[in-house]
Design a protein around this ligand. Structure first.
Ligand SMILES: [Zn+2]
Length: 412
């Protein structure tokens, strides 16, 4: 494989010249650089992106995180300046999180679009944090976003229903990690997914549903696609493919808190099946370089040294573990091969999407490219153990391949 710059120039026998570096990839998989479509990296860009590079991910998309009172477009510009300082070890793009969706204006959205963001993200949960988007506001946002060519990404959990379940659990004397995970059951996700898809159908807005985690959500996606609807993109995250809810019943349950929570094993199998049948478009890490504190309404576990926190660091583990899991069993091997086969390389070695969104004439995201970094990876993998780094040869082979090939996501 001859690589020129950052692209695959040819595959086959090539004359060796004195200017060429040769990497012996015997026994290694040679892959295009992975793309992580869902991460939270801005707390420590150098270390998070170093972990990404060591795991074969050469492009990552991170969400901004506006501070209280900060304008969402201003946050995007501030964070873009941070990224432009050049500390990232991989290509890094930003999606604009809407921290105050109830008050974001059409001008704000236009400014976000003008700044180069391809997507905005809203939450249908977390009312106590003031970031929850109401049904009315979601309708307005989707209407405006469609006109602007912005993709709307949605965290699908019914916030008020979760609050009701938490209040009931606290009254019953339940506490800690089990309460946190148990009050976010699959039904609150599925209901939210259905609501978003209905709003998308009414407004005609394409949408991207992040970290879907349950069988019912997969059913909702399939149902929506069986009808004439705007495009809907479905994402799952690594931890929901590898771990189940037995992790939140032990003494170390607090180490495995994530939103949505880990699901019973049947849901894990449903997600793999959804990969097999093409329901899933992308696998992200939802990497959190800093874990987020759980709402004060849920006290820490007895004996804990502080408040409960949630979130997992998985950007380095995402591609290696997904590959190993996908190839480790016959069923999953079929899934993997079928999924990969749907992605057809273009003439330059990059991925050709199955359909185009946003339109090719509009920018999808901005990015900045930096050379590889020697920083040490930090953070735990989704399994709670330090992420294992691939050997130097395989790492270099991955990182040198066509970085923009999106192995895990063919746009529908
Ligand atoms: Zn996330």
């Amino acid at each position: 494989m001859l690589i020129s710059g950052e692209k695959i120039a040819s595959i086959g026998r090539a004359d060796r010249g004195p200017e060429r570096d040769v990497i012996d990839a015997t026994g290694c998989y040679v892959l295009p650089g992975g793309v992580d479509p869902h991460a939270h990296l801005l707390a420590d860009i150098p270390h998070a992106t170093a972990a990404a590079a060591r795991g074969g991910t050469t492009t990552a998309l991170s969400f901004t995180n506006p501070e209280s009172g900060e304008n969402d477009a201003s946050c995007l510009l501030r964070r873009r300046a941070q990224v432009a300082q050049g500390t990232a070890a991989v290509d890094l793009g930003l999606h604009a999180m809407l921290g105050d969706p109830e008050h974001v204006t059409a001008d704000d959205l236009a400014a976000i679009r003008q700044a180069g963001a391809g997507a905005v993200k809203v939450f249908l949960a977390y009312p106590s944090l003031g970031i929850m988007c109401s049904p009315t506001r979601l309708f307005e946002l989707m209407t405006q976003a469609r006109r602007l060519g912005l993709l709307v990404q949605v965290h699908c959990e019914n916030g008020p229903l979760i609050e009701a379940l938490q209040a009931e659990g606290l009254t019953a004397g339940r506490r800690g990690a089990a309460l946190f995970a148990g009050t976010r059951p699959p039904e609150v996700e599925a209901e939210s997914v259905a609501s978003v898809l209905a709003t998308a159908a009414i407004t005609g807005a394409p949408c991207y549903l992040v970290h879907l985690s349950c069988a019912e959500a997969m059913d909702q996606i399939r149902l929506a696609r069986s009808r004439p609807r705007p495009p809907v993109f479905a994402e799952v995250c690594l931890h929901h493919l590898l771990l189940d809810d037995r992790r939140v019943t032990g003494t170390d349950a607090g180490d495995f808190l994530v939103c949505p929570p880990l699901r019973p094993a049947g849901h894990v199998e449903a997600l793999w099946q959804a990969i097999a049948d093409g329901t899933i478009d992308a696998v992200g890490s939802d990497h959190c370089q800093d874990r987020s504190p759980v709402s004060d309404e849920i006290p820490a576990q007895a004996g804990g040294t502080g408040g409960l926190k949630y979130g997992l660091a998985g950007i380095g583990a995402r591609l290696p573990l997904l590959l190993s899991e996908g190839l480790s069993a016959g069923f999953r091997s079929k899934c993997w091969c079928g999924w990969r086969a749907r992605i057809r390389p273009g003439s330059s070695g990059t991925t050709r999407a199955r359909a185009r969104w946003p339109p090719a004439a509009t920018p999808t995201s901005w990015s900045t490219t930096r050379p590889g970094s020697a920083c040490s990876a930090t953070g735990r993998s989704a399994t709670g153990r330090p992420a294992t780094a691939p050997g130097p040869a395989s790492t270099r082979a991955c990182a040198s391949a066509a970085r923009s090939a999106l192995w895990c996501a063919g746009a529908r």
